[in-house]
Design a protein around this ligand. Structure first.
Ligand code: TPS
Length: 539
């Protein structure tokens, strides 16, 4: 045992399993391929193995780990760990109680624990720094590796709640890895999203079983994971995600771009919105397509100026929606997510949460009720899918919008008399470990946009949803490297201005509908944002 446990690199934690090895490989050959290609810590985990074989296998793996100067952890079998003098042990919730484990292994061995809820974090904090060194947080996603999982997958948001509990309980000595269903298509997102709400703690690494152990080419699998871990930016929409200056000249450039690019805006949206959303998109120069068919999504998303509006107002089949989201994330084009009636029913809540845990969204737009609920600050059950007319203090709304923006690492838009926009993407940056000096998300800069109350907006259907169409159209017009935040702000201002003028020019809700389309069309045609009558407050 030559490892200093305070200096262990947890970034790529390989957990073994001999039941999934491809033909022609062994635990040792897969581990060695991993070690050669970036694995930084190994856990030997054999659930059905007699003691003698376990010890023999452990000795073989240990030789490899020593050769690569990487710690070896033994799962569950404290006796085996002690017998071969491994660097540490890992125990689950139904294995030997932790105080006994520590008593047996002494102060210098690494002790890891599987953790899946806040009570377990509170417990490890009560034990203090001399008990547990690291935790495996999971399961993040469904996995076939654990035969009878006692825990439900809880997605990146579940991981965040564990990281928050570590911060709240001052357990700053604990190192963390996420585990469960982690593969190259979701690891970047997990690393990016999973930071404590105070932004001080990111994951220290990821743990995988099948991605390496079941790989035909374990060396390639490890290299691929390593390269994802070494990236410091998650370019999920290939756009610039910073928060730059806003000016009417720059908004003019974005609007011009829509007319030039005619972005293809795929709408997965509710039935009520389909017609009006298509008309709004056309009025401002976009090219709408209303499709929920996952079979054609790759063709649609792959055109150069594509964007997706995902509006969950009509509850559709989750698997189809997941596939659509996955494709847009894979081709790195923007998605605007509108979680209509986020928590109006259990079904909606489950569907929206499943989608939020499954994808990475460039913009999340909601009304006051939706944003408060997404921030965990709302009433537990919303009344319906309308925007509601409760008057809520702007400071609370700003707090909620900032929370949503940071929680989902997105550009959050909270609509109301005053629209609030906060960019929580942190410019796509990912990091590992704990850092006290990170930006405080409660101080994220914001823009508010108002033009006075337009009550008639709430008297026609699909007006809120069509702001989603407008944002998606402007985002869709962007090419690689162009700024997303500016496009979202431009869309909000454009839509608000059109609403205000249309409200002044109409005689009732019927003509308002028409006037809104006319004004959107006119404003884009004349493209003179300097003359738009909205008040922006930039902080
Ligand atoms: C560090 N555990 C939770 S999910 C899972 C396992 C083995 C299977 C993941 O497989 N944390 C650590 N070590 C452990 N053994 C556990 C948790 C327990 P796959 O990556 O194939 O989805």
């Amino acid at each position: 045992m030559g490892i200093n446990k305070k200096e262990v690199d947890y970034s790529l934690y390989l957990v073994t399993d001999s039941t999934m090895l491809p033909e022609g490989t062994t635990v040792c050959s897969q581990v060695e391929e991993g070690l050669k290609n970036g694995v930084t810590i190994v856990q030997l985990r054999e659930k059905d193995c007699d003691t003698k074989s376990f010890v023999l296998e452990a000795r073989k793996v240990q030789r490899l780990c020593i050769q690569y100067n990487v710690p070896l952890i033994i799962n569950d079998r404290i006796d085996v760990a002690l017998a071969i003098q491994a660097d540490g042990v890992h125990v689950g919730q139904s294995d030997m109680p932790i105080p006994l484990v520590r008593e047996l292994v002494g102060p210098d061995m690494i002790v890891g624990w599987s953790v899946g809820n806040i009570e377990e974090v509170e417990q490890l904090a009560r034990w203090g720094p001399n008990m547990i060194d690291n935790i495996g947080i999971g399961m993040v996603f469904p996995t076939k590796t654990k035969k009878n999982p006692k825990k439900q997958p809880f997605g990146p948001q579940g991981v965040i709640s564990i990281l928050d509990a570590l911060e709240e309980n001052n357990a700053d000595w604990i190192k963390t890895v996420a585990i469960g269903g982690l593969h190259p298509d979701n690891i970047e997102r997990v690393l990016y999203q999973c930071r404590s709400s105070n932004n001080r703690r990111a994951l220290d690494g990821i743990a995988v079983v099948s991605d390496i152990m079941a790989a035909e080419d374990a060396g390639f699998a490890a290299t691929r994971l390593r390269s994802l871990l070494d990236r410091t930016i998650y370019n999920f929409s290939n756009l610039d995600l910073s928060t730059p200056q806003i000016s009417s000249e720059l908004i003019k450039v974005i609007i011009d771009q829509v007319s030039k690019q005619h972005p293809l805006v795929q709408h997965v949206t509710n039935k009520v919105h389909q017609n009006f959303g298509a008309n709004v998109t056309l009025a401002i120069g976009g090219s709408p397509i209303m499709s929920e068919n996952p079979d054609e999504v790759l063709d649609l998303a792959s055109v150069s100026n594509s964007a997706l509006l995902l509006n969950t107002g009509t509850v559709a089949a989750l698997n189809d929606l997941k596939k659509i989201v996955h494709v847009y994330n894979e081709v790195r084009r923007p998605i605007v997510f509108d979680p209509v009636g986020y928590s109006a029913s259990q079904t909606r809540l489950d569907l929206n949460n499943a989608l939020l845990s499954y994808g990475q969204y460039t913009c999340i737009k909601g009304n006051i009720g939706e944003i408060l609920a997404l921030a965990g600050m709302g009433v537990s059950k919303m009344r319906g899918v309308d925007s509601g007319d409760d008057v809520i203090d702007e400071a609370i709304l700003l707090k909620a919008t900032r929370r949503v923006a940071f929680k989902y690492k997105t550009i959050a838009v909270c609509t109301g008399i005053t629209d609030i926009i906060v960019n929580g993407t942190m410019s796509g940056e990912t990091q590992l470990g704990r850092n006290e000096s990170n930006t405080n998300p409660e101080l994220l800069s914001y823009i508010t946009c108002t033009s006075g109350d337009i009550p008639i907006m709430g008297r026609i259907t699909a007006s809120g949803c069509s702001l989603g169409s407008t944002i998606a159209t402007l985002l869709g017009s962007l090419s690689i490297g162009e700024n997303a935040y500016r496009a979202v702000v431009a869309a909000v201002i454009l839509y608000k201005t059109a609403g205000k003028i249309a409200a002044n020019n109409c005689t009732g809700t019927g003509s308002f509908n028409v006037a809104l389309l006319d004004e959107l069309y006119q404003l884009v045609q004349s493209n003179n944002p300097a003359s738009w009558d909205v008040t922006l407050n930039i902080s």
